[in-house]
Design a protein around this ligand. Structure first.
Ligand code: FES
Length: 126
């Protein structure tokens, strides 16, 4: 067990039994204990980052740890944009690193086609 991982049975405020669990990130296995967040499992195993910024590909993991910054997001069991510092780990969780979606193209108002998408020339709505 890592020195960073403290079993919930030794919690001074609310001790409870804790069992082992295992999650994967991009197929790599990480072991933790019940009660940890997904970020806690990764950090407890020494994994400090699991995402890269879209600009500059700089590594990101936990920054605020309280659900505010969204630096810790990843895909969890097929759900995108999960903040790993806020999601309690469950045995068998499958995490995938995710890339930012491609930027949405911005229309140039001077060249945008303002034609009615329904093809009506009179601008009628129904
Ligand atoms: S570390 Fe900031 S939202 Fe998770």
């Amino acid at each position: 067990m890592s020195a960073r991982r403290i079993p919930s049975s030794t919690d001074a405020v609310r001790p409870r039994a804790s069992g082992p669990l295992s999650i994967t990130l991009d197929g790599e296995s990480f072991d933790g204990v019940d009660g940890q967040t997904l970020a806690g499992v990764l950090l407890g195993c020494g994994r400090m980052s699991w995402r890269a910024t879209s600009s500059g590909a700089r590594p990101r993991g936990v920054f605020c740890g309280i659900g505010v910054c969204f630096d810790c997001i990843a895909e969890v069991n097929g759900e995108r944009d999960v903040r790993l510092c806020q999601r309690r780990a469950s045995n068998g969780d499958e995490l995938r690193t995710q890339r930012d979606l491609p930027p949405v193209p911005v229309e140039d108002p001077d060249t945008a086609d303002h034609a009615d998408p329904a093809g009506r020339a009179d601008g009628a709505t129904s």
